[in-house]
Design a protein around this ligand. Sequence first.
Ligand code: ADP
Ligand code: ZN
Length: 211
Amino acid sequence: MKLIFLGPPGAGKGTQATIVSEKLSIPTISTGDMLRAAIAAGTEVGKLAQTYMDKGHLVPDEVVIHLVAERVSQPDCQKGYILDGVPRTIAQAEALEAEGIQFDHVLSIESLDDTVIGRLTGRRVCPNCRAIYHIKGHPTKVEGLCDVCGGRVVQRVDDAPETVRERLEVYHSLTEPLKGFYQQRGLLREVKDTGAVADTNQVIMDILEGN
Ligand code: ADP
Ligand code: ZN
């Protein structure tokens, strides 16, 4: 099973991808996570990527496609995988097609701009164990400290309000056209953002089980 999760930043792609990954026993490939790992490791790719990511801009297509092509060739991807955050441009989608990769479903999570702005600007993350919180929806028990590991939670640089608006603009202009691209190939399935993780997941599982 090869799946793509599309949707604006803050739609919950990563959250849903993690749940579906576990249920289907296939890995999630998140280019955002891979790029943040490259930044943390101080690699050349990381240094280059950071200059784009901090501004809310896309990292060049070649960089991302190279990372993905390498990752999907690994043994744990034989049975399938979920792409989270990639492709993000028509050029990336064409590059994946050129690699001969075929997908079973493209799930587009449909969230309103105002919803995702509130989610992202209120998001706090633990850099240590990667737990995710929200100042209103899911606050830490002790202010500023991770419930899981006690580390200090922070705001992602690209979750600052101006950068969130920039990321949304990038989504609407460069990524949203992918819906038409995959619609033409008969693969697009729209999933309403219900606001509740379990409900949205049920909608997704129904699609994957062919209902
Ligand atoms: P979100 O979906 O919340 O914006 P991600 O973690 O998917 O978060 O992406 C964070 C940043 O990483 C993006 O704003 C972009 O700079 C970069 N990035 C991630 N995936 C891609 C991609 N496929 N193509 C180009 N840039 C990417
Ligand atoms: Zn933590």
